[in-house]
Design a protein around this ligand. Structure first.
Ligand SMILES: Cc1cc2nc3c(=O)[nH]c(=O)nc-3n(C[C@H](O)[C@H](O)[C@H](O)COP(=O)(O)OP(=O)(O)OC[C@H]3O[C@@H](n4cnc5c(N)ncnc54)[C@H](O)[C@@H]3O)c2cc1C
Length: 494
């Protein structure tokens, strides 16, 4: 994915040259400007345009979708970056805020497997099947398991007890490192959380998955974003890509527009889908907030980043069905922080079969391996070290895959790695964070309009509001707030 020069045609240094004015012909004023076309930004734009507001959606990349993206490579390969799985709620969100056509393509995965020195199981990843495994494979009592599920199901955002996920597990399954691994590993991949994070952030996401298992989108990310773009246009949203928003315009505590490419465009309200800290500290600027607030925002921790290895199967070769998602590790015992190790032993393989892209003319298989990662491990490598580390990541991944599914390596004709640097480059998330900020970011995101009137944030924060479902739903929550703000504004003007 590190192929910048190709993306920005005419560029000699990998940076966007913006040969044409990407805002040419834009109006001077919109009811709403959205900065960033990730799932939260796009969903908020769609909801508010449908409500009758004029909406300008700006995106710095040429593509829409943010982290929900894909890329093509010679040989007919299409790789999905973050289409590994999400909870069933995505179906309802698509139906309500996008279209039935989108919702109908949200279907359950057939199989999820775990292979590590502590257990080797296949599951439909829902409460019934997890209960069966916890009792039959892990030897727990039914009462013990039921109590755990009742506890996490009953968790409520508004009465957070302050308990950590590690404490939650110890409380219900003391000393059972294997059980902690089963319960935590997939959620760490799904939202970057660890045992040290609040139990509430675990409980909400875990319960969402446990209601009906893991879901995917048939057609691939390119298909989904294509339909969303079509829908946005029908709703009346003005879509502008390659627009690097440089500044959110603020006067006397009120956001009134954006500055980009020499244009100042005014708006009744601004929603930023950019990283929360970048929104506050860079796009608005610390001078527009109280010093104390800025200090607190600076202290908000970002979530970890990821590495991925994309493997394309040669035309004409087949991969027999293995599973859809394979959580693997050669580590003897579960160790939550070790999931982010640069040379770690734990990775998740996503297998993509031709049935997942029925419209594609070329029936290809791809496999994507994902690991959680720290930006700091990759940030300061020289070009040579960077290439060496990526080659090592590719090789370690191919070896791991071959051990798990013998005979696969010989069928692969394309391999490439993405690192935290890649994710930062393409989405501008600080530290290449895959899931935005840690839990403490949520309050600052939700209260942004209390600091700067007319300014809102929608996007990965607080673990809960990240992932495809979390981000899209947060777009709706923010859109509802903006809707009433803009209606009040219209009444005042009338
Ligand atoms: C490797 C990986 C695997 C993942 N796997 C899954 C998974 O299996 N399931 C799941 O549910 N989630 C997964 N996620 C997470 C999920 O993709 C994200 O949480 C979600 O897509 C984030 O959406 P968002 O709306 O917060 O915005 P983002 O996707 O972060 O998009 C923000 C957008 O804003 C744009 N932008 C930023 N600054 C500016 C600016 N100044 N001007 C203009 N535009 C700007 C960016 O270019 C970007 O398009 C994964 C993420 C990664 C990285």
């Amino acid at each position: 994915m590190d192929n910048r020069k190709k993306y920005y045609r005419g560029s000699t240094d990998g940076k966007a040259p913006f040969p044409r004015d990407p805002l040419a012909g834009a109006k001077d004023y919109y009811d709403l400007i959205v900065i960033g076309a990730g799932l939260a930004g796009m969903t908020a734009a769609n909801v508010l345009a449908r409500a009758g507001f004029s909406v300008l959606l700006t995106e710095q990349h040429y593509n829409y979708g943010g982290m929900a993206t894909w890329f093509k490579r010679p040989g007919g390969h299409i790789f999905d970056v973050s289409l590994h799985g999400f909870p069933v709620g995505m179906k309802k969100t698509c139906r309500k805020y996008w279209s039935k056509e989108l919702a109908d393509r949200v279907i359950p995965l057939d199989s999820v497997k775990f292979k590590n020195p502590q257990f080797d199981i296949e599951t439909s990843f829902d409460e019934v099947d997890f209960t069966r495994h916890l009792v039959e494979t892990f030897g727990l009592t039914r009462k013990n398991v039921d109590e755990f599920f009742a506890h996490v199901r009953g968790m409520n955002f508004y009465d957070d007890s302050g308990e950590t996920t590690g404490e939650l597990f110890e409380h219900h399954f003391p000393g059972r490192n294997d059980v902690h691994r089963l319960l935590m590993e997939p959620i760490s991949y799904a939202n970057g959380s660890s045992l040290a994070d609040p139990a509430i952030s675990y409980g909400i996401v875990f319960s969402n998955f446990m209601s009906k298992g893991v879901y995917t989108y048939v057609g691939g990310t390119d298909h989904m974003i294509g339909l969303m773009k079509k829908e946005l246009k029908q709703s009346g949203v003005e879509l502008r890509n390659r627009v690097q928003v440089e500044k959110i315009l603020v006067d006397s505590g009120r956001a009134y527009g954006i500055e980009a490419h020499g244009h100042k465009i005014e708006a009744g309200a601004v929603i930023s889908n950019a990283n929360l800290k970048s929104t506050i500290l860079n796009l608005v600027g610390p001078d527009k907030f109280d010093a104390e607030y800025v200090k607190e925002v600076e202290a908000i921790r970002l979530n970890n980043s990821s590495t991925q290895v994309y493997m394309g199967i040669r035309d004409g070769e087949e991969v027999p069905f293995e599973t859809d998602l394979l959580f693997t590790s050669t580590r003897e015992r579960f160790d939550s922080p070790a999931l982010c190790d640069m040379h770690g032993e734990s990775r998740t393989f996503s297998f993509y079969y031709p049935s997942g892209r029925p419209e594609a003319s070329n029936k290809r298989y791809t496999i994507v391996s994902s690991m959680n990662a720290h930006y700091a491990d990759w940030a300061d490598l020289t070009d040579e070290q960077y290439e060496t580390e990526k080659a090592k990541l590719n090789e370690d991944t191919l070896v791991a895959l071959e051990n798990l599914v013998p005979g696969t390596r010989a069928k692969i004709d394309h391999v490439e790695a993405a690192t935290p640097r890649t994710f930062k480059f393409y989405t501008q998330h600080q530290l290449g964070s895959s899931f935005g900020t840690k839990f403490e970011g949520l309050g600052y995101s939700m209260d942004l309009s209390k600091q700067i009137e007319g300014l809102y944030h929608a996007g990965s924060v607080g673990i809960i509001m990240s992932g495809w479902l979390g981000a899209a739903n947060y777009g709706v929550i923010t859109a509802n707030k903006v809707d009433s703000f803009l209606r009040d504004l219209a009444e005042l003007k009338a």
